[in-house]
Design a protein around this ligand. Structure first.
Ligand SMILES: Cc1ncc(COP(=O)(O)O)c(C=O)c1O
Length: 396
């Protein structure tokens, strides 16, 4: 009944977990919810004020599909300041979140038969979008005992004559790992030799706790600019998930293709959002720093609390706001056999909602979002530890 292209595509696992938690909440149960893929902070006041002012000034009509020039300029200026790269407004297109930025990229670049390499554990949208346009995701696994770092040799070994692109997500959802310059560099060289595109999802680029050499835009622009796409987002940095603002930075011709796609699908993102995003990106950044500091403290605490259990192993994330513990030591054929069952039982018994690793191509893990209050983190950690204690035998 539906189009063939849907046969391969799955619904979002993270949204499913959140819906299950919501169901319990509606039944009056106090659920500690660690499924959120979004900041728990409100949008900063000056950003909200800019949105309100846009409405009052009747800035409520269509804009150019690619976005208002001042916002595109502000994005260029931000990347100039942050990475020392020079970008023209004609290389920037404003999208309804990073999700549309990546989907425009998939539509414009990937054909059926093309292979697109990415790393796992991954944000599920990345391979699902590849499948949605008929191309084939090729997955390179990363390992928790290596800090989920991407091994460039493994990525290069996965390249074939059909490879159209490599998609890198750094900082990574769900692992919080980063792909640093040293890891990206050989991938760029191999891609340049073979004419392969590199797409970097930088949605969490402002949420970095441990500094590593991470000037990926400069590295790519210096060596591979004609086949680079950067996808960015206002969602996480500025607590603006509901406003829907992201962007692509790509060569002018590809940006023109994105413009055609967007012009025939959604057109511009909300005019009001564009004014708010302009205030966010062009205005003071102290709210970003304040949120980052708070996330860091939460990360340190939840990491320490959970890893106090001998069977919970967890890499300390360097960016984003997720913990991705390996709980395979708590699983057993006689008890709870999978992380999906673990997440379900944890929700039912202790009313803590987490996302099972299966959805990220990582069975045996859980994703715990620490975009939650310290009080909830404390309470949730207590309940998780109590649940873990109740499982026997524990294999450390
Ligand atoms: C890795 C990653 N990329 C991109 C996005 C897109 O977010 P948005 O569409 O809100 O900008 C998300 C959201 O969860 C994400 O986790």
């Amino acid at each position: 009944m539906f189009a063939q292209r849907l046969a391969q595509v799955s619904a979002s696992a993270t949204l499913k977990a959140a819906a299950e938690a919501e169901r319990l909440r509606r039944a009056g149960i106090k659920v500690v919810d660690f499924t959120a893929g979004e900041p728990d902070f409100p949008t900063p006041e000056h950003v909200k004020a800019a949105g309100k002012a846009a409405i009052d000034a009747n800035f409520t009509r269509y804009t150019a599909a690619a976005g208002i020039p001042e916002l595109r300029e502000a994005i260029c200026a931000r990347y100039g300041r942050q990475y020392g790269v020079e970008i023209a407004a004609a290389e920037v297109l404003v999208t309804a979140g990073g999700k549309q930025a990546l989907f425009n990229t998939a539509l414009a670049l990937f054909d059926p038969g093309d292979e697109v390499i990415t790393h796992a554990p991954y944000w599920p949208t990345i391979p699902e979008q590849v499948k949605l346009v008929g191309a084939t995701p090729v997955i390179v696994q990363t390992r928790s005992d290596e800090g989920f770092t991407v091994d460039p040799e493994a990525v290069i070994a996965a390249m074939t004559p059909r490879t159209k692109a490599v998609i890198i997500n750094s900082p990574c959802n769900p692992t919080g790992a980063m792909v640093d310059e040293a890891a990206l560099s050989p991938i760029v060289d191999a891609a340049a030799k073979r004419g392969i595109w590199i797409v970097v999802d930088l949605c969490y680029e402002q949420l970095i706790y441990e500094q590593v050499p991470h000037n990926l835009p400069k590295l790519l622009f210096d060596r591979h600019r004609d086949r680079t796409v950067l996808a960015g987002s206002a969602s996480k940095s500025y607590a603006m998930t509901g406003w829907r603002c992201g962007w692509t930075i790509a060569p002018k011709a590809l940006t023109g293709a994105f413009n055609t796609i967007q012009g025939q699908t959604t057109s511009n993102i909300a005019s009001i959002t564009q004014k708010a995003a302009l205030a966010a990106i062009g205005g003071p950044q102290d709210t970003v720093t304040a949120m980052l500091n708070e996330y860091r403290e939460r990360r340190d605490n939840i990491h320490a609390w959970l890893t106090a259990h001998p069977a919970i192993r967890c890499v300390k994330p360097r960016g984003a706001f997720y913990l991705f513990p390996d709980i395979s030591g708590l699983l057993s054929p006689e008890g709870i056999g999978t992380s999906a069952d673990f997440a379900q039982a944890l929700l039912e018994k202790e009313h803590v909602a987490v996302t099972a690793g299966e959805g990220f191509d990582a069975p045996g893990y859980l994703r715990i979002s620490y975009a939650a209050s310290m009080e909830d983190l404390r309470e949730g950690a207590t309940r998780i530890l109590r649940f873990a204690e109740s499982l026997q035998p524990v294999r450390a």
